[in-house]
Design a protein. Structure first.
Length: 281
Protein backbone atom coordinates (compact mmCIF):
# COMPACT_ATOMS: atom_id res chain seq x y z
CA UNK A 1 0.00 0.00 0.00
CA UNK A 2 1.15 3.57 -0.69
CA UNK A 3 0.95 5.67 2.43
CA UNK A 4 0.18 9.37 2.33
CA UNK A 5 2.40 11.91 4.05
CA UNK A 6 -0.38 12.44 6.60
CA UNK A 7 -0.54 8.74 7.48
CA UNK A 8 3.23 8.51 7.84
CA UNK A 9 3.33 11.65 9.97
CA UNK A 10 0.46 10.41 12.16
CA UNK A 11 2.19 7.05 12.68
CA UNK A 12 5.36 8.82 13.78
CA UNK A 13 3.41 11.15 16.06
CA UNK A 14 1.58 8.29 17.83
CA UNK A 15 4.72 6.21 18.34
CA UNK A 16 6.49 9.27 19.74
CA UNK A 17 3.56 9.93 22.09
CA UNK A 18 3.55 6.34 23.36
CA UNK A 19 7.21 6.79 24.30
CA UNK A 20 6.53 10.21 25.87
CA UNK A 21 3.83 8.60 28.01
CA UNK A 22 6.26 5.98 29.35
CA UNK A 23 6.57 3.18 26.78
CA UNK A 24 10.13 2.01 26.14
CA UNK A 25 9.24 0.53 22.74
CA UNK A 26 6.24 0.96 20.45
CA UNK A 27 5.14 -0.25 17.04
CA UNK A 28 2.20 -0.41 14.67
CA UNK A 29 0.64 -3.28 12.79
CA UNK A 30 -2.49 -3.65 10.71
CA UNK A 31 -5.35 -5.43 12.53
CA UNK A 32 -5.93 -7.64 9.46
CA UNK A 33 -2.45 -9.07 9.83
CA UNK A 34 -3.26 -10.17 13.40
CA UNK A 35 -6.69 -11.65 12.79
CA UNK A 36 -6.62 -15.41 13.15
CA UNK A 37 -2.90 -15.30 13.94
CA UNK A 38 -0.74 -18.20 15.20
CA UNK A 39 -1.83 -18.04 18.87
CA UNK A 40 -5.52 -17.78 18.05
CA UNK A 41 -5.25 -20.63 15.55
CA UNK A 42 -3.41 -22.90 17.96
CA UNK A 43 -5.72 -22.23 20.89
CA UNK A 44 -8.54 -24.68 20.01
CA UNK A 45 -5.89 -27.32 19.26
CA UNK A 46 -4.12 -26.98 22.61
CA UNK A 47 -3.51 -30.28 24.34
CA UNK A 48 -5.11 -28.96 27.49
CA UNK A 49 -6.22 -25.52 28.45
CA UNK A 50 -4.23 -25.14 31.63
CA UNK A 51 -5.54 -22.53 34.04
CA UNK A 52 -8.88 -22.93 32.42
CA UNK A 53 -10.36 -20.69 35.07
CA UNK A 54 -9.64 -18.00 32.43
CA UNK A 55 -12.59 -19.54 30.62
CA UNK A 56 -14.82 -18.44 33.50
CA UNK A 57 -13.89 -14.85 32.73
CA UNK A 58 -15.05 -14.80 29.11
CA UNK A 59 -16.93 -11.56 28.56
CA UNK A 60 -16.57 -11.36 24.76
CA UNK A 61 -19.25 -13.97 24.09
CA UNK A 62 -16.78 -15.75 21.80
CA UNK A 63 -15.29 -19.24 22.15
CA UNK A 64 -12.35 -19.51 24.56
CA UNK A 65 -9.19 -18.20 22.88
CA UNK A 66 -10.97 -16.25 20.11
CA UNK A 67 -10.10 -12.55 19.76
CA UNK A 68 -12.83 -9.94 19.64
CA UNK A 69 -12.27 -7.14 17.12
CA UNK A 70 -14.45 -4.07 16.66
CA UNK A 71 -15.40 -3.76 12.97
CA UNK A 72 -13.74 -0.36 12.66
CA UNK A 73 -10.38 -1.34 14.17
CA UNK A 74 -7.75 -1.00 11.45
CA UNK A 75 -4.41 -0.71 13.24
CA UNK A 76 -2.94 -1.86 16.54
CA UNK A 77 -0.43 0.24 18.44
CA UNK A 78 1.48 -2.19 20.65
CA UNK A 79 3.97 -1.02 23.25
CA UNK A 80 6.42 -2.41 25.77
CA UNK A 81 7.61 -1.31 29.18
CA UNK A 82 10.99 -2.60 30.30
CA UNK A 83 10.88 -4.79 33.44
CA UNK A 84 14.55 -5.02 34.43
CA UNK A 85 15.94 -7.66 36.74
CA UNK A 86 16.90 -5.04 39.34
CA UNK A 87 13.27 -3.84 39.61
CA UNK A 88 11.49 -7.15 40.25
CA UNK A 89 8.74 -5.39 42.19
CA UNK A 90 7.34 -4.06 38.90
CA UNK A 91 5.95 -7.58 38.41
CA UNK A 92 4.80 -8.40 41.96
CA UNK A 93 1.19 -8.86 42.96
CA UNK A 94 0.63 -7.57 46.51
CA UNK A 95 -2.66 -9.14 47.51
CA UNK A 96 -5.13 -8.07 44.82
CA UNK A 97 -3.15 -4.93 44.00
CA UNK A 98 -2.11 -4.58 40.36
CA UNK A 99 1.69 -4.74 39.95
CA UNK A 100 3.34 -1.32 39.33
CA UNK A 101 4.42 -2.39 35.82
CA UNK A 102 0.87 -3.31 34.94
CA UNK A 103 -0.40 0.01 36.29
CA UNK A 104 2.09 1.88 34.13
CA UNK A 105 0.98 -0.06 31.03
CA UNK A 106 -2.69 0.74 31.76
CA UNK A 107 -1.84 4.39 32.34
CA UNK A 108 -0.04 4.63 28.97
CA UNK A 109 -3.14 3.19 27.27
CA UNK A 110 -5.36 5.75 29.03
CA UNK A 111 -3.08 8.66 28.12
CA UNK A 112 -2.89 7.55 24.49
CA UNK A 113 -6.68 7.34 24.29
CA UNK A 114 -7.13 10.79 25.86
CA UNK A 115 -4.47 12.35 23.62
CA UNK A 116 -5.70 10.82 20.36
CA UNK A 117 -9.34 11.59 21.08
CA UNK A 118 -8.47 15.20 21.83
CA UNK A 119 -6.04 15.81 18.96
CA UNK A 120 -7.66 13.54 16.34
CA UNK A 121 -11.35 13.35 17.27
CA UNK A 122 -12.20 11.36 14.12
CA UNK A 123 -10.10 8.40 15.37
CA UNK A 124 -11.62 5.89 17.80
CA UNK A 125 -9.28 4.26 20.29
CA UNK A 126 -9.83 0.80 21.83
CA UNK A 127 -7.56 0.11 24.81
CA UNK A 128 -7.00 -3.65 24.92
CA UNK A 129 -7.41 -5.39 28.27
CA UNK A 130 -4.76 -7.88 29.37
CA UNK A 131 -6.91 -11.01 29.01
CA UNK A 132 -7.97 -12.25 25.59
CA UNK A 133 -11.13 -13.53 27.31
CA UNK A 134 -12.04 -9.95 28.19
CA UNK A 135 -11.40 -8.43 24.77
CA UNK A 136 -7.60 -8.45 24.65
CA UNK A 137 -5.37 -9.61 21.80
CA UNK A 138 -2.35 -11.94 21.67
CA UNK A 139 0.27 -9.38 22.56
CA UNK A 140 3.43 -11.30 21.61
CA UNK A 141 2.08 -11.99 18.11
CA UNK A 142 1.22 -8.28 17.77
CA UNK A 143 4.63 -7.18 19.03
CA UNK A 144 6.48 -9.46 16.59
CA UNK A 145 4.39 -8.28 13.65
CA UNK A 146 4.89 -4.64 14.69
CA UNK A 147 8.67 -5.12 14.70
CA UNK A 148 9.37 -4.97 18.45
CA UNK A 149 11.40 -8.20 18.31
CA UNK A 150 11.08 -11.93 17.65
CA UNK A 151 9.55 -14.95 19.39
CA UNK A 152 12.34 -16.65 21.31
CA UNK A 153 12.93 -20.30 22.13
CA UNK A 154 11.67 -19.43 25.64
CA UNK A 155 8.27 -18.65 24.07
CA UNK A 156 8.67 -14.96 24.97
CA UNK A 157 9.09 -11.87 22.85
CA UNK A 158 12.80 -11.03 22.70
CA UNK A 159 13.51 -7.41 21.92
CA UNK A 160 16.88 -6.16 20.62
CA UNK A 161 16.89 -3.46 23.34
CA UNK A 162 15.69 -5.24 26.53
CA UNK A 163 15.75 -8.93 25.66
CA UNK A 164 12.68 -10.71 27.04
CA UNK A 165 12.37 -8.40 30.07
CA UNK A 166 9.41 -6.40 28.86
CA UNK A 167 5.66 -6.38 29.43
CA UNK A 168 3.24 -5.52 26.66
CA UNK A 169 -0.06 -3.73 26.08
CA UNK A 170 -1.94 -2.42 23.04
CA UNK A 171 -4.63 -0.09 21.79
CA UNK A 172 -6.70 -0.56 18.64
CA UNK A 173 -7.18 2.43 16.29
CA UNK A 174 -9.87 3.11 13.71
CA UNK A 175 -7.37 4.44 11.18
CA UNK A 176 -5.10 2.73 8.65
CA UNK A 177 -1.43 3.40 9.37
CA UNK A 178 1.83 1.97 8.03
CA UNK A 179 3.16 -1.03 9.90
CA UNK A 180 6.55 -0.77 11.62
CA UNK A 181 7.55 -4.45 11.38
CA UNK A 182 8.49 -7.19 11.34
CA UNK A 183 12.29 -6.97 11.88
CA UNK A 184 15.18 -9.31 11.12
CA UNK A 185 16.47 -10.33 14.56
CA UNK A 186 17.17 -13.77 15.99
CA UNK A 187 19.38 -14.19 19.04
CA UNK A 188 18.32 -17.85 19.49
CA UNK A 189 19.98 -19.17 16.35
CA UNK A 190 23.42 -19.52 17.89
CA UNK A 191 22.43 -20.05 21.52
CA UNK A 192 22.70 -23.17 23.73
CA UNK A 193 19.22 -22.38 25.15
CA UNK A 194 19.91 -21.87 28.87
CA UNK A 195 16.32 -20.58 29.14
CA UNK A 196 14.99 -24.12 28.78
CA UNK A 197 17.35 -25.58 31.39
CA UNK A 198 16.36 -22.89 33.89
CA UNK A 199 12.68 -23.85 34.00
CA UNK A 200 11.85 -25.30 37.44
CA UNK A 201 9.05 -27.38 35.93
CA UNK A 202 10.80 -28.68 32.82
CA UNK A 203 8.16 -26.96 30.69
CA UNK A 204 10.46 -27.07 27.64
CA UNK A 205 11.46 -30.71 27.78
CA UNK A 206 8.85 -32.32 25.54
CA UNK A 207 7.48 -31.71 22.05
CA UNK A 208 3.83 -30.94 22.65
CA UNK A 209 2.86 -29.74 19.17
CA UNK A 210 4.13 -30.53 15.70
CA UNK A 211 3.67 -28.74 12.41
CA UNK A 212 2.17 -31.87 10.89
CA UNK A 213 -0.44 -32.31 13.65
CA UNK A 214 -1.50 -28.68 13.95
CA UNK A 215 -0.96 -27.48 10.38
CA UNK A 216 0.82 -24.45 11.89
CA UNK A 217 4.38 -23.37 11.26
CA UNK A 218 4.40 -20.91 14.21
CA UNK A 219 4.43 -23.05 17.33
CA UNK A 220 4.95 -22.29 21.05
CA UNK A 221 8.69 -21.79 21.70
CA UNK A 222 9.04 -22.18 17.91
CA UNK A 223 9.44 -25.97 17.94
CA UNK A 224 6.22 -26.75 19.83
CA UNK A 225 8.15 -27.65 22.98
CA UNK A 226 6.61 -25.30 25.55
CA UNK A 227 4.07 -27.08 27.73
CA UNK A 228 1.66 -24.52 29.14
CA UNK A 229 0.25 -26.90 31.74
CA UNK A 230 3.57 -27.30 33.56
CA UNK A 231 4.24 -23.57 33.50
CA UNK A 232 0.77 -22.88 34.87
CA UNK A 233 1.44 -25.36 37.67
CA UNK A 234 4.44 -23.29 38.72
CA UNK A 235 2.28 -20.13 38.70
CA UNK A 236 -0.24 -21.83 40.99
CA UNK A 237 2.53 -22.82 43.37
CA UNK A 238 3.87 -19.26 43.32
CA UNK A 239 0.42 -18.09 44.44
CA UNK A 240 0.07 -20.70 47.17
CA UNK A 241 3.55 -20.11 48.61
CA UNK A 242 3.48 -16.30 48.41
CA UNK A 243 4.99 -14.98 51.66
CA UNK A 244 3.04 -12.54 53.86
CA UNK A 245 4.86 -9.23 53.81
CA UNK A 246 4.19 -5.71 54.97
CA UNK A 247 4.08 -3.37 51.97
CA UNK A 248 3.27 -0.01 53.55
CA UNK A 249 2.56 1.54 50.17
CA UNK A 250 -0.59 -0.60 49.86
CA UNK A 251 -1.77 -1.56 53.34
CA UNK A 252 -0.83 -1.53 57.01
CA UNK A 253 -1.41 -5.26 57.34
CA UNK A 254 0.92 -7.91 55.89
CA UNK A 255 -0.39 -9.40 52.66
CA UNK A 256 0.74 -12.15 50.27
CA UNK A 257 3.32 -10.93 47.77
CA UNK A 258 3.19 -13.10 44.65
CA UNK A 259 6.39 -13.27 42.65
CA UNK A 260 5.52 -15.24 39.51
CA UNK A 261 8.32 -17.29 38.02
CA UNK A 262 10.53 -15.46 35.53
CA UNK A 263 13.31 -18.04 35.17
CA UNK A 264 13.00 -18.42 31.39
CA UNK A 265 13.10 -14.63 31.11
CA UNK A 266 16.02 -13.88 33.45
CA UNK A 267 18.15 -16.79 32.20
CA UNK A 268 17.98 -15.68 28.57
CA UNK A 269 21.53 -15.48 27.26
CA UNK A 270 20.72 -12.48 25.08
CA UNK A 271 21.49 -9.11 26.68
CA UNK A 272 19.63 -6.19 25.15
CA UNK A 273 21.45 -3.10 23.87
CA UNK A 274 19.75 -0.95 26.55
CA UNK A 275 20.29 -3.38 29.44
CA UNK A 276 23.15 -2.99 31.90
CA UNK A 277 25.91 -5.63 31.72
CA UNK A 278 25.18 -8.64 33.97
CA UNK A 279 27.82 -7.64 36.55
CA UNK A 280 26.10 -4.26 37.06
CA UNK A 281 22.67 -5.77 37.82
C1 LIG B 1 -2.51 -16.77 29.39
C2 LIG B 1 -1.11 -16.23 29.60
C3 LIG B 1 -0.22 -16.98 30.36
C4 LIG B 1 -0.56 -18.42 30.80
C5 LIG B 1 -0.41 -19.35 29.60
C6 LIG B 1 0.81 -19.02 28.73
C7 LIG B 1 0.78 -19.57 27.28
N1 LIG B 1 1.78 -19.22 26.52
O1 LIG B 1 -0.10 -20.28 26.88
C8 LIG B 1 0.50 -18.64 31.92
C9 LIG B 1 -0.11 -18.21 33.23
C10 LIG B 1 1.03 -20.06 32.05
C11 LIG B 1 1.57 -17.62 31.52
C12 LIG B 1 2.91 -17.72 31.86
C13 LIG B 1 3.84 -16.70 31.60
N2 LIG B 1 3.58 -15.47 31.13
CO1 LIG B 1 1.92 -14.99 30.25
N3 LIG B 1 0.43 -14.41 29.31
C14 LIG B 1 -0.72 -14.97 29.05
C15 LIG B 1 -1.57 -14.11 28.11
C16 LIG B 1 -2.69 -13.45 28.92
C17 LIG B 1 -2.12 -14.84 26.90
C18 LIG B 1 -1.11 -15.81 26.23
C19 LIG B 1 -1.77 -16.95 25.50
O2 LIG B 1 -2.79 -17.47 25.90
N4 LIG B 1 -1.20 -17.41 24.40
C20 LIG B 1 -1.79 -18.46 23.58
C21 LIG B 1 -0.83 -19.58 23.27
C22 LIG B 1 -1.49 -20.54 22.29
O3 LIG B 1 0.27 -19.00 22.61
P1 LIG B 1 1.79 -19.27 22.95
O4 LIG B 1 2.02 -20.40 23.87
O5 LIG B 1 2.36 -17.97 23.39
O6 LIG B 1 2.42 -19.68 21.54
C23 LIG B 1 2.34 -18.85 20.41
C24 LIG B 1 3.58 -17.99 20.17
O7 LIG B 1 4.73 -18.69 20.52
C25 LIG B 1 3.39 -17.73 18.67
N5 LIG B 1 4.57 -17.68 17.81
C26 LIG B 1 5.62 -18.52 17.75
N6 LIG B 1 6.45 -18.15 16.76
C27 LIG B 1 5.90 -17.08 16.16
C28 LIG B 1 6.34 -16.31 15.07
C29 LIG B 1 5.53 -15.22 14.65
C30 LIG B 1 5.97 -14.41 13.47
C31 LIG B 1 4.32 -14.93 15.33
C32 LIG B 1 3.47 -13.79 14.89
C33 LIG B 1 3.91 -15.71 16.42
C34 LIG B 1 4.70 -16.77 16.82
O8 LIG B 1 2.64 -18.82 18.14
C35 LIG B 1 2.35 -19.73 19.18
C36 LIG B 1 1.10 -20.45 18.86
O9 LIG B 1 1.35 -21.44 17.94
C37 LIG B 1 -0.49 -13.05 27.64
C38 LIG B 1 -1.05 -11.61 27.46
C39 LIG B 1 -1.73 -11.47 26.13
N7 LIG B 1 -2.92 -10.93 26.13
O10 LIG B 1 -1.17 -11.85 25.11
C40 LIG B 1 0.57 -13.09 28.77
C41 LIG B 1 2.04 -12.89 28.39
C42 LIG B 1 2.34 -13.69 27.15
N8 LIG B 1 2.75 -13.48 29.52
C43 LIG B 1 3.87 -12.90 29.80
C44 LIG B 1 4.80 -13.37 30.78
C45 LIG B 1 5.96 -12.46 31.10
C46 LIG B 1 4.65 -14.64 31.39
C47 LIG B 1 5.59 -15.35 32.36
C48 LIG B 1 7.09 -15.03 32.31
C49 LIG B 1 5.08 -15.23 33.82
C50 LIG B 1 5.28 -13.89 34.47
N9 LIG B 1 6.18 -13.77 35.45
O11 LIG B 1 4.61 -12.93 34.08
C51 LIG B 1 5.31 -16.83 31.95
C52 LIG B 1 6.15 -17.23 30.72
C53 LIG B 1 5.71 -18.49 30.05
C54 LIG B 1 6.37 -18.68 28.68
N10 LIG B 1 7.67 -18.91 28.65
O12 LIG B 1 5.69 -18.64 27.67
C55 LIG B 1 4.10 -11.67 28.92
C56 LIG B 1 5.18 -11.94 27.87
C57 LIG B 1 6.20 -10.83 27.70
C58 LIG B 1 7.25 -11.23 26.68
N11 LIG B 1 8.44 -10.72 26.80
O13 LIG B 1 6.99 -12.00 25.80
C59 LIG B 1 2.65 -11.44 28.34
C60 LIG B 1 2.60 -10.83 26.94
C61 LIG B 1 1.93 -10.52 29.35
C62 LIG B 1 2.46 -9.11 29.47
N12 LIG B 1 1.99 -8.40 30.45
O14 LIG B 1 3.26 -8.58 28.76
N13 LIG B 1 1.03 -16.62 30.74
S1 LIG C 1 7.75 -18.94 33.68
FE1 LIG C 1 8.92 -20.41 34.94
S2 LIG C 1 7.69 -22.28 34.91
FE2 LIG C 1 6.95 -21.00 33.23
S3 LIG C 1 8.12 -21.68 31.44
FE3 LIG C 1 9.21 -19.94 32.33
S4 LIG C 1 10.72 -20.88 33.67
FE4 LIG C 1 9.17 -22.45 33.25
S1 LIG D 1 18.39 -18.17 26.13
FE1 LIG D 1 19.04 -18.33 24.00
S2 LIG D 1 17.56 -19.73 23.07
FE2 LIG D 1 16.66 -19.01 25.00
S3 LIG D 1 15.41 -17.24 24.38
FE3 LIG D 1 17.40 -16.46 25.04
S4 LIG D 1 18.59 -16.30 23.13
FE4 LIG D 1 16.84 -17.63 22.70
Amino acid sequence: MDWSEEQTALAEELLRKAEEFGADLAGLVSADRLKNGPSERLFPKMRDHARDHFAEQITTGLPHGAVKWEPEEKTVLVFAVSHPEDKPEMDWWCGEVNPPGNKLLAEISRKLKAYIEEQHPDIHVYPKPYHVEKGGIYLKDAAVEAGLGCMGRNNLLITPEYGAKVRLRAVGLSVELPSSGPVEFDPCQSCARPCADACPKGAFSETVYTKAETGLCRLPAREGDYYRKLCALEMEENEKTAPLELVLEYADEPMPVIRYCRACEFSCGYRGSREPAKADV
